[in-house]
Design a protein around this ligand. Sequence first.
Ligand code: SAH
Length: 254
Amino acid sequence: MKGTLAVVGLGPGSAELTTPAVSRALAEATDLVGYTTYLDRVPLAANGQRRHASDNRVEIERARHALTLAAEGNKVVIVSSGDPGVFAMAAAVFEALEGGPSAWRVLDIRIEPGVSAMLAAAAHAGAPLGGDFCAISLSDNLKAWATIVRRLEAAAYGDFVIALYNPASRARPHQLGDALAVLRGLKAHDTPVVFVRAAGTSDVTMRIERLGWADPAHADMRTLVLIGSSRTRVIKCGGAMRWVYTPRSERDMP
Ligand code: SAH
């Protein structure tokens, strides 16, 4: 049997935000590969499928393992949270494919998209991504901190709305505070900053702050941080800040 490899995105958390195409790939798989926390979100299939759980950091080895299982004729699915192409496993699979044996290139590989955390978080906040935006991961496991600072500066200069993935972890407690300090030097202090934790789940929480006093302690590994552009606005409901949106039109800009 010809092996297959699907790299799927489970969405941000709730089962309702997993696409039917992803659910089908999961149900049909003989082998599931992924980070333990994400595999735990996959309902057990009736067909006795094997689960290969691994640590979050070993992306390339995990990709090679999945390609090897597929080359043996299995129906393999690699799971990511959110979308598999956004700071996740799909790129690792292609990196492994490019550096691997030519036999891997005849495998039937497909990428099944998912709802990325940025989109679920934005939906909870309103419409902060209504104008041009960019996404930056604050993790410096795979790139230098100086690169991150340069991109934050460029994003501020371009007046993009900025979605920050991986804003904090136990190994990186200072990252978000340092990033906010960079942005405070370049953007208005009343720029809206939104912290959305566990977006797309029933545990979702949100804080709307302003760049000048936003407290990085509100972010953890399950938080997506959205920094507004100069256009981003906050609507109050009953005295409290509730909705954040960025108007589509920038026509009146100089
Ligand atoms: N592939 C994933 C992102 C992986 S990076 C996606 O497309 O969403 C992991 C980071 O994503 C986390 O540190 C956090 O910043 C963000 N994230 C993942 N799930 C989230 C959720 N439900 N709510 C808020 N942020 C989330």
